[in-house]
Design a binder for this molecule. Structure first.
Ligand SMILES: NC(=O)C1=CN([C@@H]2O[C@H](COP(=O)(O)OP(=O)(O)OC[C@H]3O[C@@H](n4cnc5c(N)ncnc54)[C@H](O)[C@@H]3O)[C@@H](O)[C@H]2O)C=CC1
Ligand SMILES: O=C(O)[C@@H](O)C(=O)[C@H](O)[C@@H](O)CO
Length: 333
């Protein structure tokens, strides 16, 4: 697959299908974006108008923010061939890599895989952008499982760098590598994950998002304050430190004790610590202060590491206008 010469097809022209198409188109690829729902001509034309208008809006924002030049907008839009299922299905013959982005309903994914399977060349790489189904569950609908994997893009797909690549048991390592190379070539950052429901991000964020909704349900805080806490506290910190890295910073013992307290207070097992935290407590591998946690700090220059991390925090806070220097504060008095 030569960079930008690969023919990309995206099936399903909703939120994710549009975002994935734009992510490839603005990096120079030609994309066939196919609406897989059988609708009458009028409904299709309306959908096409809406989809292209949305993509144009997103491009306009990329122009406003100096990511894309105004002069390339028409070219980028022109490289997305928006098709109905009737017209698009025959174009699949030329496809090198196909991304499926139809609704998160197993029967719908199954019927779409069966339909496209009859039209795709046998070596076309097939990926689903599912946000929950295990790759093994979806691979059963694919003829030639070695060319299949999940690629979970995050919304908005044309902006967020992370793509979780989750091969099925039978995915070939060469195909997996080709996908990672393709994604890296358009500026994405792939991480690999075993075939497991919810992969990494949807699994973690399902708990966080449901807990946030539960806080509203219980009247603990307003939606505005919960979102303020999750953006300028939780989210901001985890933009710099990984979740596991932060366990090592704060110490697994704090997480361990807090988890038990929450579990007992709410009488809910979901707050209890996992076995791996219990074991780390027993072994004394509780993080940075102990020299070992999820990461090994032995021999690491801790001063350098902390300065580097804190510098990233400060840069981010300054960028967001969230750092008030003492001079500024005094000048207001
Ligand atoms: N919404 C999100 O934030 C994210 C969603 N995903 C995953 O991406 C996939 C697509 O999700 P969205 O783009 O958000 O959905 P969407 O609802 O925006 O788009 C789905 C498209 O499929 C069409 N469609 C509906 N029923 C159909 C059928 N029976 N056959 C064929 N096409 C049908 C819809 O008309 C629409 O154009 C799902 O698997 C979802 O879990 C992944 C990451 C983020
Ligand atoms: O991270 C994303 O962009 C998506 O996976 C979602 O937001 C999904 O809707 C999912 O995680 C919700 O459970």
């Amino acid at each position: 697959m030569k960079p930008t010469n690969a023919q990309i097809a995206v099936v399903g022209a909703g939120r994710m299908g549009r975002g994935i198409s734009l992510a490839f188109a603005y990096q120079g690829y030609r994309v066939i974006l196919i609406d897989m729902k059988d609708r009458n001509r009028e409904a299709f034309l309306q959908l096409k108008e809406d989809a292209l208008a949305e993509i144009k809006n997103q491009l306009d924002i990329l122009v406003m923010t100096d990511v894309v030049s105004q002069s390339s907008v028409d070219n980028i839009l022109g490289s997305i061939d928006f098709c109905s299922i009737q017209d698009g299905i025959h174009k699949l013959q030329q496809t090198d890599v196909l991304f499926e982005a139809v609704p998160e309903i197993l029967d719908v994914k199954k019927s779409i895989f069966e339909l496209i399977g009859a039209h795709l060349p046998e070596n076309t790489i097939i990926a689903s952008t599912t946000s929950s189904f295990s790759a093994n569950d979806l691979a059963q609908y694919i003829e030639g499982k070695e060319r299949y994997m999940n690629t979970h893009w995050l919304n908005p797909a044309y902006l967020i760098p992370l793509v979780e690549v989750s091969p099925a048991n039978e995915t070939s390592p060469e195909v997996l590598q080709k996908m990672k190379t393709l994604l890296e070539g358009i500026g994405k950052v792939p991480v690999t994950c075993a075939p497991s429901p919810g992969f990494i991000v949807p699994r973690i964020q399902a708990l966080a998002m449901n807990e946030a909704a539960r806080l509203v349900e219980e009247g603990v805080a307003t939606a505005e304050d919960i979102d303020k806490a999750s953006t300028i506290g939780f989210g901001l910190r985890f933009a710099i430190l990984g979740l596991l890295e932060f366990i090592d910073w704060g110490g697994a013992e704090t997480l361990y004790h807090a988890s038990h307290y929450l579990k007992d207070s709410f009488e809910e097992d979901r707050f209890g610590p996992p076995q791996i935290i219990e074991e780390k407590m027993k072994k004394g591998e509780t993080g940075m202060r102990a020299g070992k946690g999820f990461y090994d700090f032995d021999g690491k220059n801790m001063d350098e590491y902390q300065v580097e991390t804190l510098r990233k925090f400060i840069d981010l806070l300054k960028h967001l206008g969230l750092l008030t220097s003492p001079e500024k504060k005094h000048s207001l008095l």
